[in-house]
Design a protein. Structure first.
Length: 856
């Protein structure tokens, strides 16, 4: 097997390898065209392009892969790549009858994995990033772990430091010379250095007057200035970029170090916005679909440095075309600052986008304080939570001291070093927590902003959790001779299993507190279980249904329930699933009675476009008085309006059904701190034993470390925060409807008061009236416009799924319902100081998106 580091190679020898590779690959690779790009001409600059975007597998990589695999007699090939090199190696291997193993990182897209498998590659997902995957591939090659005993050898093919790969890539310059002659400057995208080395070496021998200049993403933060070696800079970590094909971190010394040093005349680093604009420009002006790596060569021409380094007759290496639809959509709405280029592109937003909408003008000076008071104050809950945190910290100390005293009485071994760590940590934590409490209640200067309080509280809560779990055991002992294996003294009075999976006294305390926070009813006795996630909470209910249902049971659902729950329900053997035609309570009742349902799901708000609601109060009060319903099970998911509906007070009557309630504790119940997953299940007390057994046996319990970072909520603080969400969402929805109702349907569950809820949550959905605009890639571009505007005037907003945060968040919700178009979902923050600016930011993004993409 060959995974040794290749020896350093000179420009002369690599140039000779290019010449030898040319007849080997001719007839097997596409002789890609060399074309003029007159729209890039400037002054004495005449621009041409070598279109390797038209190569097999969509990039120049096929040349190198085919050359390298043609030279080796080994039948088994292994490589690591998340993109073009993997596709090229798989295709070349298939053509040459070789078996190709590709190691890809966990971050690789499903699309790329499917393409690799279609190319007959054997794909394994190993490593957190390409750097780790490369290490894994090299290690597997050394140990031949992928091979059966009958296999003799495996060849590791590096994407960036294999001389045969670089030589194959360099063959494009022979075609260029034959088709278009020599050039004064060649611009080459720089990733791992193989392509640049191949071109640089060939030019140094056959066209020595040609200057080879590289383009590279600025976002990687590398320095190619004088005194900085290429191999050192290319070994530095990368970050996500439009130019993901150039995101290479060298694993070992490159054999091309001398070639890169001696034949490359400069590196021009380009910004992400310049790369995005170049992708868009190539498509609009040349009908060329290119990837980000290739676009950097175009972007290099816009750099001020290019006036000195890129002159005369210029050749751009357009290295590939494998761009994701998401990156393409974002690039199409990227800003183009050059007024002349904007005119060439025919963009309609010739007037700066921030000034387009008259009364919605944004402030020119982003440093000016234009804030207004929050719609609903949210800071009032923090003093109460801070007091409760201080109490938790002291409780941890008391429990520790109690445990130490017990250990002393039993003469158990203790480690003074560990004791010291606990006491020092506790002292520091207590001091900082008291300081935060003082800063909140008696600020000596300017009051802390809510987001600062939240950040500090979040850190302190996690520190408290760490302190509280220092000595916790997942399977504590219940007796010992000289050495303890416990923290909670209750374990010492238990002769049963002390597995964390079985629950703990701290879990029971947390569950009792959570029941008070949610206050789902006072009429009948209920129990609450905490689980490791919202889906874990559903699993408890799911297993209960399996145990309680009759033979061949029937389940009735509204048109939509949470998609992962629906998938599991449809997968149940011998179960029949029926849907009501609408979300109307009476329609669901009629459907359940028509099919004689055993289980009925009914949610207050469906998490889909439009946020359709069901009057759960009317539903439960009605069925509790109708014959036949006492035998049925009703399941309610309250996640979207957490703690809003006292459902167990609505189940009263001679025919009252069995009610099971659950919700995710990963959202609103985190108080915006976003510390963990969690879930709750609430049910009549008569089911307590069976429910707890299900939780234990399915392993869905919330474990000690999760319990320790639960925010110490109370009913008043939680409801105050939820009221803030609702008030802010109603205000924002009103503003959005006023500014964009002609282009979009903007919804909030306004029926919450009529339906007897305590609040309506904080979600808004946006569905564009022109259906073609409701696609995943387009909505990602719309969000990009929103974030760009928000950044300009310093309005806090984030992109991501989930909800319940202090800062407003926006996402393109595509997985909510399998058969519906995606939509924009806005999770309105509890902490909004500049409501007018927030609405203007979102309106600007919405209307800019419609202007750019509408075909109406």
């Amino acid at each position: 097997m060959d995974v040794t580091v290749p020896a350093a190679i000179s420009p002369k020898h690599l140039s000779q390898a290019v010449e030898e590779a040319y007849p080997r690959v001719s007839g097997h690779v596409v002789r890609t065209p060399v074309i003029r790009l007159p729209w890039l001409d400037a002054g004495d600059r005449e621009v041409w392009a070598k279109l390797e975007c038209h190569q097999h597998t969509g990039s120049f990589k096929y040349r190198g892969a085919f050359n390298a695999l043609s030279k080796t007699e080994t039948r088994n090939i292994i490589t690591a790549s998340a993109g073009n090199h993997a596709l090229a190696t798989a295709a070349a291997g298939d053509r040459l009858g070789k078996t190709v193993y590709v190691i890809v990182p966990t971050t690789v897209s499903e699309l790329k994995v499917n393409r690799l498998m279609a190319a007959c590659a054997k794909v394994s997902v190993l490593g957190q990033d390409l750097y780790e995957s490369t290490k894994v591939a090299a290690g597997l090659a050394r140990s031949s772990e992928l091979l059966s005993k009958s296999d003799a050898r495996i060849h590791y093919l590096s994407p960036y430091d294999d001389p045969d790969v670089a030589a194959g890539a360099g063959t494009m310059m022979i075609e260029v010379d034959e088709d278009a002659g020599q050039f004064d400057t060649v611009v080459v995208p720089l990733g791992g250095g193989g392509l640049a080395a191949g071109i640089g070496a060939w030019c140094s021998v056959h066209s020595p007057s040609t200057r080879v200049v590289c383009s590279h993403p600025e976002i990687f933060g590398r320095d190619f200035g004088k005194g900085h070696a290429f191999e050192h800079e290319l070994a530095m970590p990368t970050v996500p970029s439009y130019s993901d094909g150039l995101a290479v971190q060298l694993l070992r010394n490159t054999p091309f170090r001398d070639i890169l040093r001696d034949t490359i005349h400069g590196v021009i680093q380009v910004s992400e916005s310049e790369t995005a604009a170049s992708i868009s420009t190539a498509l609009r002006l040349q009908s060329l679909l290119i990837e980000g790596a290739a676009a950097t060569s175009i972007a290099a021409l816009t750099s001020p440095k290019s006036k000195e380094t890129i002159k005369g007759r210029v050749l751009l290496i357009i290295s590939g075309a494998n761009i994701t639809s998401s990156y393409l959509a974002r690039s199409l709405v990227s800003d183009v600052a050059d007024a002349k280029m904007r005119s060439k592109l025919g963009l309609r937003n010739i007037i700066p986008s921030l000034d387009r909408f008259g009364s919605m003008n944004l402030p020119k000076n982003s440093d000016k304080d234009t804030s207004v008071a929050p719609i609903v104050p949210v800071s009032s809950g923090w003093p109460r939570l801070t007091e409760r945190l201080l109490s938790l910290i002291e409780t941890v100390k008391a429990n520790y001291e109690y445990k130490e005293e017990f250990a002393s009485r039993l003469d158990l071994d203790t480690d003074p070093w560990c004791q010291s760590v606990f006491r020092v940590f506790h002292s520091q934590l207590s001091e900082r927590a008291n300081q935060l409490a003082a800063d909140i209640q008696w600020p000596s200067g300017k009051p802390l902003e809510p987001w600062v309080i939240e950040e500090r509280y979040r850190v302190l809560l996690q520190m408290q959790a760490t302190l509280g779990c220092l000595f916790v055991r997942a399977s504590a002992s219940n007796d010992q001779s000289t050495r303890d294996w416990f923290f909670d003294l209750d374990s010492q009075s238990s002769s049963s299993l002390n597995y964390d999976r079985y629950g703990s006294p701290s879990l029971r305390t947390a569950e009792q507190n959570m029941a008070q926070v949610l206050s789902l009813g006072t009429v009948q006795p209920v129990e609450l279980l905490m689980t490791s996630s919202g889906m874990a909470a559903y699993q408890v209910i799911h297993h209960f249904i399996l145990q309680a249902a009759r033979t061949n049971p029937i389940i009735v659902l509204p048109p939509y329930v949470y998609f992962e729950s629906m998938e599991q329900l449809y997968g149940l053997p011998n179960f029949t699933v029926q849907h009501s035609s609408t979300f109307d309570a009476d329609d669901i009742i009629e459907t359940a009675e028509r099919y004689d349902a055993d289980v009925v799901f009914v949610d207050p708000v469906a998490n889909i476009s439009g946020l359709p609601t069901t009057d759960v109060r009317h539903f439960l009060q009605t069925v509790s008085r109708r014959a036949g319903w006492s035998k049925r099970i009703i399941v309610v998911d309250g996640t979207v309006v957490s703690g809003a509906i006292p459902v167990f007070d609505w189940v009263k009557g001679s025919s009252a059904p069995s009610l099971l309630y659950y919700e995710s504790a990963s959202k609103y119940l985190q108080f915006g701190l976003d510390l963990q997953m969690g879930g709750v299940v609430v049910y009549p007390s008569k089911y307590d034993k069976v429910m707890r057994n299900i939780r234990r046996n399915t392993g869905t319990v919330m474990y000690s470390r999760g319990i320790s970072i639960l925010p110490p909520l109370d009913f008043e603080s939680f409801q105050g925060r939820m009221t803030a969400f609702t008030s802010n969402a109603e205000t924002l929805q009103c503003a959005l409807c006023q500014g964009a109702s002609e282009v979009a349907d903007i919804r909030f569950p306004t029926e919450w008061r009529k339906n007897g809820w305590r609040h309506g949550g904080g979600l808004i959905t946006v569905r564009f009236l022109e259906e073609g605009l409701n696609n995943k890639e387009g909505l990602e571009a719309c969000i990009d416009l929103i974030l760009r505007t928000a950044k300009t005037i310093k309005v806090p907003i984030t992109q991501g799924v989930s909800f319940g945060f202090s800062t407003t968040r926006v996402s393109s919700a595509s997985s909510m319902a399998e058969n519906s178009d995606p939509f924009l979902r806005i999770s309105v923050g509890a902490d909004i100081h500049r409501a007018d600016d927030l609405s203007t930011v979102i309106l600007t993004g919405i209307r800019s998106y419609v202007e750019q993409f509408s075909i109406a």
